[in-house]
Design a protein around this ligand. Structure first.
Ligand code: SF4
Length: 370
């Protein structure tokens, strides 16, 4: 079956390997763009969040490339992700698009619908091929994160601006083409060796800013207007608090096995938020406390307009900033976000944090909000 799926950063590299292992033909949509967003927004209810619109645009672009099926993740809990897939399926149906919709989510009783979905995916597969595809996909996902993490460290220190991003793009293309776990491992070794060499030695210690927020917006460069790159070019080392490898481990493997626990996050967020509020709302608060304890210079909180869990987090962050003594900038994005204004706000925040670190030499509270 020809299967398309929404983008989420460079995760498509792992998804392609997974689908090939299952005996399907992946139809990867073009990278998310203004056109994707316009297409998705045109067919979406106006009030849904940005990730829904971009994902719908990806699906329509993938179908225009010949996809017969759409693969989407589902979920349950207080945020809207739980009904994304169903609404998108109905919207495509209303547009007269004949497409199979396969939603992957952690099962809850009754199990029959999940089993039917799984059967659609694994029907043409031999177990050996499935295991090889899943293994290669997992290796690629881990490699994507490692390469991106190395680039985050090098970008603010690079001798030639743009060198780390160029290297990263080339290696990601190779990673996409890799057919064995051994090739993936070679690429990881090469990146560990080559990327640090792009950094200048005499460069001062850059500012370190942590990023928290809604997972899709944090991970998808089109949705966050290439936030990590912009910060890197402003001389900032970005510290990620969201890992897709960790997300898959906690939300799929551990949850399915009944081993997932929110206790560590609850402990960190104690005094600010008592429990799960959907999406990454609890994580945003807990990780912000952790970043303050790690003495980072500041935090950027990014969220799509009308994102329910992150609106709650946004209301808590000013108090957290004061009490933990760490500057926080909340950035809200939607289809109307203008690049110039976004860049100006980043530059102003980086300037503020730089002055604070340089002149005060100790932590004080400072909050900037959109
Ligand atoms: S976390 Fe926010 S942006 Fe993401 S699906 Fe839920 S409501 Fe939408």
């Amino acid at each position: 079956m020809k299967i398309t799926f929404p983008h989420m950063g460079n995760v498509y590299i792992a998804v392609e390997a997974f689908l090939r292992g299952l005996g399907h033909e992946p139809v990867t949509p073009p990278p998310s763009s203004r056109r994707t967003l316009e297409l998705g927004s045109f067919h979406s209810p106006a009030e849904v969040c940005l990730p829904f619109k971009i994902a719908l645009g990806n699906m329509l672009e993938g179908m225009a490339q010949g996809a017969e099926a759409v693969l989407m993740i589902g979920g349950w809990g207080p945020c809207r992700l739980g009904y994304y897939a169903e609404i998108q399926r109905l919207l495509l149906q209303a547009l007269g698009r004949e497409v199979e919709f396969i939603t992957l989510e952690v099962p809850r009783r009754p199990y029959a619908p999940y089993a039917a979905n799984l059967r659609k995916l694994i029907a043409p597969t031999r177990f050996s091929s499935l295991a090889r595809g899943a293994g290669l996909s997992w290796a690629k996902l881990k490699a994507v994160e490692e390469l991106e993490g190395l680039a985050l460290k090098v970008r603010p220190r690079e001798m030639r601006p743009g060198a780390a991003t160029e290297y990263l793009q080339e290696q990601l293309e190779r990673l996409r083409a890799a057919e064995t776990a051994a090739e993936v491992e070679e690429l990881r070794q090469a990146a560990r060796r080559d990327l640090p060499q792009l950094a200048g030695r005499e460069r001062n210690q850059p500012l370190r800013l942590g990023i928290v927020g809604e997972i899709y917006t944090v991970v998808e460069p089109f949705a966050n207007l290439r936030l990590e790159e912009r910060l890197g070019y402003l001389g900032v080392e970005v510290v990620r608090t969201i890992s897709l490898v960790e997300w898959v481990t906690n939300h799929i493997f551990k949850k399915a096995a009944g081993l997932s626990s929110l206790a560590p996050l609850r402990r960190l967020a104690a005094g600010y938020l008592r429990g799960f509020i959907g999406g990454h709302g609890l994580e945003s608060i807990a990780r912000s406390v952790a970043l303050a304890r790690q003495n980072l210079d500041g935090i950027i909180h990014i969220l799509p307009l009308s994102c329910m869990p992150e609106i709650v987090a946004r209301g808590i962050l000013p108090g957290l900033s004061r009490e933990q003594g760490i500057p926080v900038l909340s950035l809200v994005v939607d289809e109307h976000t203008a690049e110039a204004g976004f860049q100006t706000r980043l530059e102003a925040f980086v300037d503020l944090v730089g002055r604070r670190v340089g002149s005060l030499g100790h932590r004080q509270s400072s909050v900037s909000r959109s």
